[in-house]
Design a binder for this molecule. Structure first.
Ligand code: ZN
Length: 198
């Protein structure tokens, strides 16, 4: 990095560079932006970062992002409690909610099976899903893991694990391109994938 920068600036550029999607050019631009910003704006940014870190946690029931013990979906009494849509991460919930086709509950696995990386069923929130299915009156589980190798492996595993329960297990249809994460699917594609689930 350019030694002409004061060392405190170099440090901030380095921090920004560690963020996803931020190259060194963008990191420099952000650092100059901070330098030009008012103290008030910088304070607000710092407070927002701390607030997110201190106040966002996992929902006690579905592991979705939440500021409270229960996330907005789980605490919404108008949602259809007979359906659980299983997604890899909180991004999946956001994508499904954006599509507007789904009014049931969610279960966030917080990852996908990847034997190569040593991620087995115990590393994911699968036990918790089965406990919910056992305890609640669930009629359908919609598997909406990603259409990647890990997502498909997870979907297969869930189909097997859910077999002993008397319920419908469906998988989002392949409108979403193979190899793709749910979060990159556009709203129309996701709507179709949901309607055509089987
Ligand atoms: Zn929840």
């Amino acid at each position: 990095m350019n030694a002409a920068f004061p060392s405190v600036m170099r440090r901030l550029i380095e921090e920004f560079s560690r963020m996803p999607g931020i190259g060194s050019k963008s990191a420099q631009r952000l650092t100059f932006h901070i330098l030009r910003s008012s103290h008030g704006n910088v304070e607000r940014l710092l407070r927002s970062i701390r607030d997110v870190k201190d106040n966002v946690r996992s929902c006690r029931v579905c592991n979705n992002l939440s500021e409270k013990e229960l996330c907005p979906v789980c605490s919404d009494t108008t949602r259809d409690r007979s359906k659980i849509c299983v997604v890899e991460g909180p991004n999946g919930v956001i994508s499904m909610e954006k599509s507007g086709v789904y009014r049931g509950l969610y279960h966030v696995l917080l990852g996908e099976l990847s034997p190569i990386d040593g991620i087995g069923p115990d590393e994911l929130k699968i036990k918790e899903l089965l406990a919910r299915v056992r305890a609640e009156k669930v009629k359908e589980v919609i598997v909406a893991t990603n259409f990647t190798t890990e997502g498909e492996t997870t979907a297969l595993y869930l189909h097997e694990a859910l077999k002993p329960f008397k319920l419908k297990v469906t998988r989002l249809a392949h409108g979403v391109p193979a190899g793709a994460s749910l979060e990159y699917a556009d709203v129309a594609t996701l709507q179709r994938a949901f309607e055509e689930r089987r």
